[in-house]
Design a protein around this ligand. Structure first.
Ligand SMILES: Nc1nc2c(c(=O)[nH]1)N[C@H]1C(S)=C(S)[C@@H](COP(=O)(O)OP(=O)(O)OC[C@H]3O[C@@H](n4cnc5c(=O)[nH]c(N)nc54)[C@H](O)[C@@H]3O)O[C@H]1N2
Ligand SMILES: Nc1nc2c(c(=O)[nH]1)N[C@H]1C(S)=C(S)[C@@H](COP(=O)(O)OP(=O)(O)OC[C@H]3O[C@@H](n4cnc5c(=O)[nH]c(N)nc54)[C@H](O)[C@@H]3O)O[C@H]1N2
Ligand SMILES: [Mo]
Length: 783
């Protein structure tokens, strides 16, 4: 393990550091010699889809694209380490729970289905048949199917997701909490109402044509490293790249492409952002409104001078509704409020407005820095208002680009993993499969936790992911899971969700995407949909981590058989004998998947149609809508500041460079200069002084929820950082305990993980009870 050091990093993103880091991770995971071959097969036509992020492949039919964090994701799956029944024989669950998330995952790939034994507090091996029979019987015995929750994480394939939603709906519930509820839910909610389509409208080629690319609340150098290649090319041809981020993120500043020999050998790098606006956490709606205000002012000026218009009146007239009300609302918003809430000066916002008004075509990208706030839906609609003003939708080089997280999170939603399915979709299921699907909306992630807490739901089934750790309000979530009668996790590696379990608990180990999936008709490929709606095949090339492992579709099929029995007319096992059969069913349910099996075999796959990108508006108004939104001035953080005498900070929880969500690869965050430690909090130098503290001091963070519950996360190292005053950043999931369950986005119900009002105390050792509870939620490192 690396030594703890804080040392500012002044190199570019990428470069030799990225290559070194990959080499180290391959070594640590003892990826077999053919590891290099495994890496070369990522995102290749006959290889597997990278299990990292959802950024599309530049050219799925050709060359290898190097990606440091993609390589880490592959290494984590292709690891030689194994978490066999021996591991569980050596430790009780209570003992395992003492270890950190990093340690748990590092035990390696799970090899055997396990069932918790209450007498010994140990997981013991169980045969597949018995596991399915027991789980199926318990589900079937529930007094209502709505007592069960079926979680999905976004790594699961289209085929697995489709079968899963089919099984669960035939079983009788829409209880589909998923990781999207914590992620890009607000993007879907905002865009669907405004543009009629809940997905991004751009394709990769638009990045080659855009005059300006605006990036809000995203850290591509870490979370979508291949996006840097696109940004680098855009920067090199002179496009403006405009970043809005409270933190200075190295990947948004400079990048050395490890595949560019010249850049590497000369230690060169390319500047990414032409302009970098360090706004305040949660200040994006205000900033976007400032840009809109400037564009409208420039347009008024142009009209007076007879110059070129700065908005697109033809597009607005033909395609939109609500422009006048929107323009009036923007004109009425004062610069004073806009500047105070965004934390940017009028000159900065005018500069951003000038770039936007002067760009022939523009793309707006956004990530979690936008979606995880109370006002995230309104903020996204404000970004889309900006696009609409200048007709930047449905033409080359322009559009909306919510940058998704998990590699198939978008596909899972397309396949019907959604707690609020449309009646048209349910009608179709009924027509094709002949059963009556449930019509009542189900629970989302926050609703699922609440329902377990108050006993309405008693069974939790997770297809991938790490629910106990990824969700907000760690203590409440753990209490919720522990109340369950049954918890089941389909998973590749050991994680905390398996240790925070119900009265009867199972771990079902599955194949990963890098592995050969052998079924009756031979090796199978699955399909995935990336962030830009490209659907393509993915086939593993490695031998399974253990012969015992089943594929996710096979697990779902066998669970369906065991639960539904003769009630279901579907030939579940036959379906998974050849995934073409599943794809034929998908084609029957979704028109845009017509002729699926043939089209997906065309190298590179196919693109799903996007009506908004064709300027067809599928919302009830049949127009793109301008949505007026006031700059919020009464958020929880405003209220906390008004109520407290001591300084209140706004805390954003983000990812380090060495993690994939709750999977911790290592303890370094190279670009932010943090090594060997994850319990850090980034803070402005003057704020450290104001608190009477010093960089390197240990502090406790107490969040100021509005529900009267005290939430404290202890022992964080103060790290001086280039971040606006009053703002803090720390890593997820160590800080999830601070996010109140009741604090979520309006309309979309996404936990507000990027705006938690907190106060900072000098670190105090917790009482024994406090320490124990910190251990329970993985907050104390003992490795
Ligand atoms: N290697 C790696 N890749 C990943 C993941 C991973 O964990 N590791 N996770 C995957 C998943 S599921 C997702 S959703 C994506 C997440 O990818 P990102 O969206 O990049 O997620 P985060 O790191 O949480 O935060 C992004 C940025 O938001 C900024 N930010 C915080 N608050 C605000 C704000 O109020 N306004 C603005 N403008 N910016 C703000 C932070 O400084 C940070 O730079 O990445 C995916 N890819
Ligand atoms: N505070 C805070 N909380 C957040 C966020 C934040 O920014 N801040 N981000 C949110 C976001 S954007 C998301 S998407 C969620 C993520 O929530 P999840 O998707 O639930 O979490 P992950 O950490 O991605 O899941 C990792 C686990 O997935 C399992 N796994 C890996 N590969 C496979 C596979 O191929 N099959 C199966 N069955 N299992 C597999 C492994 O066991 C691993 O432990 O967290 C959210 N929570
Ligand atoms: Mo995500």
């Amino acid at each position: 393990m690396s030594k703890k050091t804080i040392r500012p990093y002044d190199g570019p993103a990428g470069g030799w550091g990225a290559l070194r880091s990959v080499a180290r991770h391959l070594l640590e995971q003892q990826v077999p010699v053919h590891g290099a071959r495994t890496l070369l097969a990522a995102n290749q036509p006959d290889g597997f889809d990278c299990p990292g992020c959802a950024w599309p492949d530049r050219d799925h039919t050709s060359t290898f694209e190097f990606c440091e964090n993609g390589a880490k994701a592959v290494a984590a799956e292709a690891t030689r380490h194994r978490a066999t029944p021996d591991l569980f024989a050596r430790h009780t669950v209570a003992e395992l729970a003492q270890y950190s998330d990093h340690w748990l995952e590092n035990q390696g790939r799970l090899t055997h289905p396990m069932r918790w034994d209450s007498a010994s507090d140990k997981y013991l091996p169980i045969g597949w048949d018995e596991a399915f029979a027991r789980i199926g019987a318990q589900l079937a015995a529930l007094d209502s199917p709505d007592r069960a929750l079926f979680y999905t994480s976004g790594r699961c394939s289209n085929e697995a997701a489709f079968l899963y939603q089919l099984f669960v709906r035939e079983f009788g519930t829409n209880n589909f909490p998923d990781c999207s509820n914590m992620c890009h839910e607000p993007s879907g909610t905002a865009m669907k109402a405004q543009l009629g389509v809940g997905k991004g409208t751009v394709q990769l080629r638009d990045f080659e044509l855009a005059d300006a690319i605006f990036i809000f609340g995203q850290n591509p150098g870490t979370n979508h490293p291949r996006m840097l290649g696109e940004l680098r090319r855009a920067a090199q041809r002179g496009a403006a790249i405009v970043s809005f981020n409270p933190l200075r993120e190295r990947g948004l500043e400079r990048f050395a492409d490890p595949q560019d020999k010249r850049e590497m050998l000369h230690n060169g790098s390319t500047r990414i952002s032409s302009d970098y606006f360090q706004l305040r956490i949660g200040g994006d709606l205000a900033a976007a409104k400032g840009i809109a205000k400037r564009v409208l002012e420039l347009d008024a000026q142009a009209q007076r001078d007879g110059g070129e218009r700065r908005i697109d009146p033809d597009f607005i007239a033909e395609h939109t509704q609500g422009f006048e009300a929107f323009a009036a609302d923007v004109a009425a918003e004062s610069w004073e409020t806009i500047c105070a809430e965004s934390g940017l000066s009028r000159a900065e916002l005018e500069r951003a407005g000038d770039i936007y008004a002067g760009a022939g075509s523009a793309i707006f990208c956004w990530g979690m820095g936008i979606t995880q706030h109370k006002h995230s839906v309104a903020t996204i609609q404000m970004l889309c208002n900006l696009l609409l003003m200048r007709g930047n939708l449905g033409r080359p080089g322009a559009g909306a680009c919510p940058v998704r997280g998990h590699s198939n999170v978008q596909g899972d939603r397309t396949m019907g993993i959604y707690e609020k399915p449309s009646s048209a979709f349910l009608d179709r299921l009924q027509q094709v499969f002949g059963f009556e699907p449930p019509r009542a909306p189900g629970h989302d992630t926050v609703g699922a936790i609440q329902a377990m807490l108050d006993g309405r739901c008693t069974a939790f089934f997770g297809l991938g992911g790490n629910f106990a750790t990824a969700t907000p309000d760690t203590e409440a979530t753990h209490r919720a899971l522990r109340r369950c009668e049954l918890t089941v996790h389909v998973t590749t590696k050991l994680n905390r969700s398996h240790l925070v379990h119900g009265r009867d608990a199972y771990i079902l180990p599955c194949l990963g995407r890098t592995e050969i999936d052998l079924q009756d008709n031979g090796p199978q490929a699955v399909t995935v949909e990336d962030s830009m709606s490209m659907v393509h095949l993915s086939a593993g090339i490695n031998a399974p981590a253990d012969p015992m492992l089943l594929s996710e579709p096979a697990i779902v099929a066998r669970l369906a058989e065991a639960t539904l029995g003769a009630r279901s007319k579907l030939p579940w096992r036959w379906l998974v004998g050849d995934y073409d059969r599943i794809r034929d069913l998908i084609a029957q349910v979704f028109d845009e998947f017509g002729d699926f099996n043939r089209r997906v075999r065309v190298p590179g796959g196919f693109h799903l149609p996007n009506a908004a990108a064709e300027r067809r508006w599928l919302n009830p108004e049949a127009k793109a809508l301008f949505k007026a939104h006031a700059v919020p001035t009464d958020l929880p953080v405003h209220r906390a500041r008004a109520a407290q005498a001591q300084p209140v900070f706004n805390l954003a929880t983000t990812r380090s460079h060495d993690q994939y969500n709750t999977t911790i690869y290592g303890l370094n965050d190279r670009y932010r200069g943090v090594f060997g430690e994850r319990r850090v909090v980034f803070i402005h130098r003057d704020d450290i002084a104001m608190l009477g503290l010093q960089a390197g001091d240990w502090v406790d963070l107490e969040s100021l929820g509005e529900d009267g519950v005290q939430r404290i996360a202890r022992r964080f190292l103060l790290v001086e950082y280039d971040i606006p005053r009053g703002c803090l950043a720390a890593y997820y999931p160590e800080t999830n305990a601070l996010v109140p369950l009741s604090s979520f986005a309006d309309e979309a119900r996404t936990p507000t993980s990027k705006s938690i009002p907190v106060v900072v105390h000098p670190h105090r050792r917790a009482t024994d009870a406090g320490l124990q509870s910190a251990r329970d939620i993985g907050h104390v490192r003992v490795d």
